[in-house]
Design a protein around this ligand. Structure first.
Ligand code: HEM
Length: 417
C-alpha cells in the first residue's frame, strides 16, 4: 500500500513543525500592531517586537520624545507597547487639537493600574463621570475660594522662610529642591488633607511618610510597568489580582484619615472649620453652584456667581461622595506636588544664574511690600515681573511637558473628521 506523507514524518519533525508554526504566530503577533502609524503617513522609530519603542523612554518621556521629534519631525509617532502614539510639537497642530477639535480628545490615556482612591480623581475619570465631578469642583478653584485658602498657603511660606533663614545666616549650602519639596508637601497636607505639618522638621509624620510612599508607587519604568505596556490584556488582570501590601496600607491610611477628618468637620460649627480645599469639597456636597462644561474655564467667583444666576436653576444632584472627596484630595499629591516643587526649584536656579533678573525681581518685591500688607490671591497680580519670571521658567523647564489625551474616534488630521 502506498505510504501517506504523514507516515513519513517522525514525531520529532511534527513537534519541530508545530514549534516553528507557533513561533511564527508569536512573531506575527509581536509586530502585527506596528503598521498603523505608517498607514497614516506618520514617521516613527523602528519598534522592537512586543514592546514597541518603550526602551527609548528609559530616561523618562522628555528625553525619548525629544529624540523622536528631532529625528522624525514635529508630527511623528512611536509605539508604547502595541499602542500607537502620535507626537505633536507643531504649534498649529497643537492648537487644532487643543482648541478646534478638543471635543474629540476629552479623555486622558487610561492609567490601567490606577486603583482607588487615585482612580476616583479627576485625572483618571472619563466622560460623564469626569464632567459631573469637574462641575462640582470648578467653583472650588474660583478666585474667591482660592483667596480663602491664601492664609493657609502663607502659613506654609512662613515655615519655608524660617527653615531657609538658617542657611542664609550660616552661609551653609542648602538643597533647595528638598526645601521646596517639604514646602509643597506641607501645603498639600494643609489644604487637601486638613493637617498642619512641618515636613522638614518632622519627616516621620505619618502623613508625610504615606504621601512619599504613594508618590514612589509611580516611579515609571519598573519591569512590571514595561510588561504591562507590552502585554496589557494579560498583565493588567494579573497585576490587579496580585497582592500589593504597600499600596493597600497607603490607601487604608488615607481612607481612614480622610473619613475621620470629615466626621470631625461635620461636628464643628461652620465658623470654626478650616477654610481649606477639603472643606470646599465638603461644602460642595450641599451647594447648588455647579458649573456646566462650557464654563469650566471660569475662575473668577464674580463670573461664576453671575453665570449661576443666569442659568435656569436645575435641581442639583451633583455632589461628591466620601470616596470621590478622597480621590480629589489626591489630586494635590498627583498633580500639584512634583509640578510645583520642580517649578520653584528651576526658578531659583534661573534666578541664581541670572543675577540681573534676580535684582530686578527683588526691586519689584520690595516695592510691592511697601504698598501691600501681604500677598494674597488678588494682590499677587501687582507683581508683573514675577509673572514673567515664572512663565519663562515654565517655558524653559516645563514640569508637565506632555499631555496625553486619548483620541476617541478615528481622527484625520487637518480635516477635523
Ligand atoms: C506648576 C504647577 C503645575 C503645572 C505645570 C500643571 C500642569 C498641568 C497640565 C499640563 C495639565 C493638563 C494635563 C492633562 O490634561 O493630562 C494639568 C491638569 C490638571 N492639574 Fe495641573 N499643573 C500644576 C499644578 C497643579 C496644582 C497645584 C493642582 C492642584 C489642584 C493641579 C491640578 C490639576 C488638575 C485637577 C488637572 C486636571 C483638570 C481636569 O481634568 O479637568 N495642577 N495640570
Amino acid at each position: 500500500m502506498e505510504e501517506s506523507w504523514v507516515d513519513g514524518l517522525d514525531d520529532t519533525k511534527v513537534t519541530l513543525a508545530l514549534i516553528a508554526g507557533l513561533l511564527g504566530l508569536l512573531y506575527w503577533y509581536s509586530i502585527s500592531a506596528f503598521s498603523q502609524l505608517q498607514k497614516m503617513g506618520i514617521r516613527h522609530p523602528k519598534p522592537t517586537p512586543f514592546i514597541g519603542n518603550v526602551l527609548l523612554f528609559q530616561k523618562g518621556f522628555w528625553e525619548g520624545s525629544s529624540q523622536i521629534l528631532k529625528k522624525f519631525g514635529p508630527i511623528s509617532g512611536y509605539y508604547l507597547g502595541r499602542r500607537p502614539m502620535v507626537l505633536l510639537s507643531d504649534p498649529e497642530a497643537v492648537k487644532q487639537v487643543l482648541q478646534k477639535d478638543f471635543f474629540n480628545f476629552t479623555n486622558r490615556m487610561k492609567m490601567n493600574l490606577a486603583t482607588k482612591p487615585m482612580s476616583d480623581s479627576l485625572l483618571c475619570l472619563r466622560d460623564e463621570h469626569w464632567k459631573r465631578v469637574r462641575s462640582v469642583l470648578t467653583p472650588s478653584f474660583s478666585a474667591a475660594r482660592m483667596k480663602e485658602m491664601c492664609p493657609l498657603i502663607n502659613q506654609g511660606c512662613d515655615v519655608l522662610l524660617s527653615n531657609l533663614q538658617k542657611y542664609a545666616v550660616s552661609g551653609e549650602p542648602c538643597n533647595v529642591q528638598r526645601c521646596y519639596a517639604c514646602f509643597t508637601m506641607d501645603i498639600v497636607a494643609s489644604v487637601a488633607f486638613g493637617t498642619k505639618v512641618d515636613s522638614q522638621k518632622d519627616p516621620d509624620h505619618p502623613l508625610v511618610q504615606n504621601s512619599k510612599k504613594f508618590l514612589e508607587l509611580f516611579t515609571p519604568f519598573k519591569p512590571v510597568f514595561l510588561l504591562t505596556l507590552a502585554f496589557p490584556s494579560i498583565m493588567i488582570p494579573i497585576a490587579r489580582r496580585l497582592p500589593n501590601k504597600n499600596r493597600d496600607q497607603i490607601n487604608s491610611f488615607f481612607g481612614k484619615a480622610i473619613k475621620e477628618m470629615i466626621a470631625l468637620r461635620d461636628q464643628q460649627p461652620p465658623d470654626k472649620r478650616r477654610r481649606d480645599f477639603l472643606q470646599l469639597m465638603l461644602d460642595a456636597r450641599t451647594s447648588a453652584a455647579n458649573i456646566s462644561v462650557e464654563h469650566f474655564d471660569i475662575v473668577n467667583q464674580a463670573d461664576v456667581a453671575a453665570h449661576v444666576r443666569d442659568e435656569p436653576r436645575k435641581k442639583t444632584t451633583k455632589t461628591l461622595n466620601e470616596e470621590e472627596i478622597l480621590g480629589q484630595a489626591f489630586i494635590f499629591l498627583i498633580a500639584g506636588y512634583e509640578t510645583t516643587s520642580s517649578l520653584l526649584s528651576f526658578t531659583t536656579y534661573l534666578l541664581a544664574t541670572h543675577p540681573e533678573c534676580q535684582e530686578k525681581l527683588l526691586r519689584e518685591v520690595d516695592k510691592f511690600a511697601e504698598n501691600h500688607d501681604g500677598a494674597d490671591y488678588n494682590t499677587v497680580h501687582d507683581l508683573p515681573y514675577m509673572d514673567m519670571v515664572i512663565s519663562e521658567s515654565l517655558r524653559m523647564y516645563p514640569p508637565a511637558f506632555r499631555w496625553a489625551p486619548l483620541c476617541c474616534i478615528l481622527y484625520l488630521f487637518g480635516t477635523g473628521l
